[in-house]
Design a protein around this ligand. Sequence first.
Ligand code: S3P
Length: 171
Amino acid sequence: MKSNISLIGFMGVGKTAVGQALAEKLGKEFVELDALIAQKAGKSIPEIFQEDGEIRFRELEIEVVKEVADRKNLVIACGGGVVLNTINIDRLKKESVIVLLTASLGVILKRTLHEGGRPLLEGQTKAADIKALMVFRKPFYERAADITIDTSKLNINAVVEEIVAELKEWS
Ligand code: S3P
């Protein structure tokens, strides 16, 4: 049986908040890939993007996925772009059930508006750009997912409850 749960989905769907609550509920360890990447690089995610570029960020993302994917009993909050390199999903799938969190564009805009730290949403990024990115990534997310939960109308606890219920059916 797979002992990890990996949360994937677009920026602002609540992977971190849900992941922390889910880990607590299931008695698993919570890890966030972005935090591990920042730790490895010795700088923040925006600094990595700015100073080293997105390609370097993706290389670091591949490295940390490789390091955590085989560990046991984890809830892993992945960055929104983890699905872009299929090697990441192949590695995660070995020990993880992959849970996709989704939300409508409106909800994502509202949730990310007042939060910083996301280079892909900063500066001149417009709602239409975000929508285009969501549309582009949708097939990547759907191909990777074992379980999908629309979080648009749910609070964190309700999302956690849905995941726990789906996991029972899935395993
Ligand atoms: C990214 C999402 C971010 C972070 C980086 C790139 C993306 O994580 O990994 O800024 O490509 O969608 P969150 O999804 O946790 O915001």
